[in-house]
Every structure is written in C-alpha cells, then in structure tokens.
Design a protein around this ligand. Sequence first.
Ligand SMILES: Cc1ncc(COP(=O)(O)O)c(C=O)c1O
Length: 395
Amino acid sequence: MFSARVPGQLGANRLATAVAARRAAGAPVLDLTESNPTRAGFTYPSSLLAPLGHPRGLRYEPRPFGLASARQAVADDYARRGVRVGADRVVLTASTSDAYGWLFKLLADPGDEVLVPRPSYPLFEHLTRLEGVVARPYDLEYHGAWAADFGSVEAALSDRTRAVLIVSPNNPTGSFVKQHELDRLAALCAPRGVALIADEVFGDYELDPGAAADAARVLDRRDILVFSLGGLSKSIGLPQVKLGWMALAGPDALVAAALDRLELVCDTYLSVATPVQASAAELLAAGAPVRADIAARVQANYRALATRIATTPSCRLLRSEGGWYAVLQVPSLEPEEDLVLSLLLDDDVLTHPGYFFDFPRESFLVVSLLPPPALFEEGTGRILRHFDCTVTGHE
Ligand SMILES: Cc1ncc(COP(=O)(O)O)c(C=O)c1O
C-alpha cells in the first residue's frame, strides 16, 4: 500500500529506546546532543516575536518567491556577511528542508542522483528518498583538517547526477568548503550540467578565527548554477518560526531559467506564512543578539573542550572551523553504539555515535556545542573520565 519513499522499518533504534526509557524513569541525562537552540538556555529578547502579531499579517497576498520586503531583508542579511546578491534572486522557503525538496523537484527526475558529503547531516537520506532521488556519497577526509576527496567525487558522478551538495560549515565536521575546492567542484560539474547546492545554514558560526573569511564564496560564481541555502533556524536560533531561503547565482540565462521553473514549484506550495515574511527584516535585526550569544557559547565550549582534551592522550578533538558541533575521536574499546549506550547508562551522558553521520570507521562521538557551559563541561568531563584520560582538577 505504501510507497518505497518511506522506509518500511520505522521502529526506534536501540539508542533511542534506551534514551526514552531513561527519560520515562526520570533518570538524569546530560544531553550533549541538544541541537535545538530554544532548549539550550539562551535568553531571547521577550519582544522578539512581537512583530508577528502586527495586523499587516491579516492580509494575504500570495507571492511564489515571497514578499518583496522579506526577499530584500534576506539580501541585506547576505550583505551583512559581505555577500552580494539581488533580492530578485532570493526565494523564501519555510525551512532548509523545504528548500532541498523544491530543488530536487526542480533539478531531478525520479531515480536521478545527487552527491552528498560523507560524513554529514543524516537527514539527507530522507530528504532525497522522499523526492525519489538517490543520494550518492562523496568523502570528506581528515588530515588535521577536513577536505573533499576528489577521487570519490569523480567516482560518484554519473550521467544521472543532477546536483552536488556541499555543507559549509558542515554538520558535524565543522569544515568550511574552501575556494580551491569550490573551483574544482565547479570545473567538474559545470560541463556536465550539474548544479551546486550549498547549505550555509551555519555560515554565521565560526569556531576557528578567520575560517569564515577563507571559505568559498558560492554566490560569486558565474560559471555554474548555484543555490545557497540559509534560514532563521540557525542564523538567529528560531527554528520554530519557519523562515528559510535560497539565493541563486550562475550564468544569467541559467539563473533565469531556474527561477522560471522554481516559480511554478513555489506557487504550488506557497508554504511560507505571511506574518513571518512581513516581519523578516525586524526579526533579522532583533535576532542579532541571539546569534551573538550562540556564537559566543559554541566558541567558549569548543575552546574549553580543546584545552581539556589537550592533556588526554587517548582522546582527540578533531579540528572544527565552524558550526555547532565537535567531533571526538575515542578509543575503539567496544562498538560505537555500545559505547554510546555505556556513556548513557553508566555516566548519564548522551552523545551521538559517529555512524549516525556516516563516519567511515569507528570510534567517533559527536557532541553539540550548544549546551550551557556547566552542563557541557560536566558532560564532556564524564566522557573523558570514561576513557580514564581526564584532566586532574576536574575529578
Ligand atoms: C546542515 C543542516 N542543514 C539544514 C538544517 C535544518 O535547517 P531548517 O530548520 O531550516 O530545516 C540543519 C539542522 O540541523 C542542518 O544541520
């Protein structure tokens, strides 16, 4: 009865079952997987959402790409980051996930392929499959810093490839795509008529000073069709408000052709609520302090972890240039899933196993840098103690 776009097996995995059981029993859980900023103890200005109640939201004027004022507000927000894009090349979405869905409809027929980085965001598996598109991985490799393995990109490209996805900075590796990587990708993709989709939702969050300035500038491309994705969910920590966007660049004729077709897709759904569009400029301005708080927190947690782990020979913190996550390499004393379960059951600490993100081998733990510093320090301290490699003074 049901399509193969939705998996047949939908049961919770061992880890999710164990977490639910502990929570139901009221057992403490130091949650180092928290990636919802609205649950991470930040103080949001109490009037932040007040513009959503303005009576202008009572009038419905459907626009496939969104209200002109909101598209301009997004273009201005790119300008804040030093990126020039015209408001006429900005398309509003309810979320980045919606943007992916629309772009796969625009670019791919059922059975066509898109290349996705590995390790990366686990939702790609569902986002592609729900559109009838096949995700083909290409590898990111770590040699003191993460970089795309171009041998794997070339091997994954086929005559069915319609787009290559890049995530910059990537979740969870924290790596920004560099200009020379983008040049190489563009040289491979443009002649094949393959588009680039650049997920830049974490673009505001730099962990390594200077990394954002050194990152590839996707919207400067004139040689290949490019879509840059972003949204309020990360840029001002408001995932529940549901405003995302994409901005286009590339050869003018191709951008125009893409916009013509996207208009039909967007007009079919019209998913973005009017009050949030009408309030986009105010939200982006008033959310700046939230972004600053999140940036300060993730940087402080990352630095604290780097300092503590420096004296712990059996564990290693991989270099993260940006984003909200840190990756720890830990001894492979047991399979990753067992290890994450032991940390939960013995130490009350919840982490993500690397295999969630398709790390090619064991053992990696992914921790969110969003939790309040005291919780983060306690949780990561317990992880380090678990491997008996703790720093003295924190026992
Ligand atoms: C790389 C990446 N892209 C997109 C999203 C989701 O963004 P949105 O809430 O706009 O769908 C996430 C959420 O964690 C993410 O990690």
